[in-house]
Design a binder for this molecule. Structure first.
Ligand code: SAM
Length: 214
């Protein structure tokens, strides 16, 4: 079984729901780990491409998993309690979430980029954020958990995270992000500079106030 902190953490968030759907499952490792460590009864592994789906079939052959060739949720014809969408860009992820079914479920979202865009767009699509986490495994990965519902976010919430900003665990990530933003801001055009500076200011303020709870 392939193990890394990101996969292990994603699996820990879905492992005790009865039916779990993995959108863009690729190798199928997230579901495999969730089956090994939790109480999932059934899985649905999907991918838009045939080759990754075959790879998931191989990994998950000993588990009660249905594999479906599907663009996002489009070919999913049964309810689930939790879904995980991980390891892709925020733009693609929010396009997939536009077609999420309307029954009650939690969605564990781990985008590789543009987390602020993901927060903003997911709220516009009629979801509320229920928690956020950061996992460090060579890179920093932000995980946003959502369910259907209404929520308003301040500019600070969108940029640095309504839950992350209250967590002590966010500190190393925020410090890393400050360093990263500094480099980008130095070479950005004026429009982009303004937007990035906003995030920089919110991060700096949070870190200086020590408002991330210990
Ligand atoms: C980088 S892999 C991530 C695999 C796994 N979810 C993880 O986090 O390790 C992204 C996978 O998403 C699949 N994918 C891309 N667009 C998709 C879509 N619209 N619907 C379903 N799967 C998609 C790709 O084929 C690929 O297998």
């Amino acid at each position: 079984m392939v193990r890394n902190k990101r996969l292990t953490f994603l699996a820990s968030l879905i492992k005790d729901y009865p039916v779990v759907c993995d959108i863009g499952s690729d190798h199928g490792y997230v579901l495999e780990m969730a089956f090994k460590t939790g109480t999932i009864q059934r899985g649905i592994a999907t991918d838009v491409r045939e080759m990754p789906l075959q790879s998931a079939m191989k990994t998950l052959k000993n588990y009660p998993v249905r594999t479906i060739l599907s663009d996002g949720f489009l070919a999913i014809d049964e309810p689930f309690n939790a879904a995980v969408i991980a390891g892709m860009g925020a733009h693609l992820m929010t396009e997939i979430m536009e077609h999420a079914p309307h029954h009650e479920a939690i969605y564990v979202l781990q985008a590789n980029d543009r987390i602020a865009y993901l927060r903003q767009r997911i709220i516009e699509l009629g979801f509320q954020i229920v928690d956020e986490y950061v996992v460090h495994d060579r890179f920093y990965y932000v995980i946003v958990v959502v369910k259907r519902g209404h929520m308003t976010l301040s500019e600070e919430d969108v940029l640095i995270g309504p839950f992350l900003k209250e967590k002590a665990d966010s500190r190393p990530y925020y410090e890393y992000r400050l360093r990263q933003l500094k480099k980008i801001i130095d070479v950005a055009d004026e429009n982009k500079k303004g937007e990035l500076s906003l995030e920089w200011n919110y991060l700096k303020k949070r870190l200086e106030c020590g408002q991330t709870k210990e």
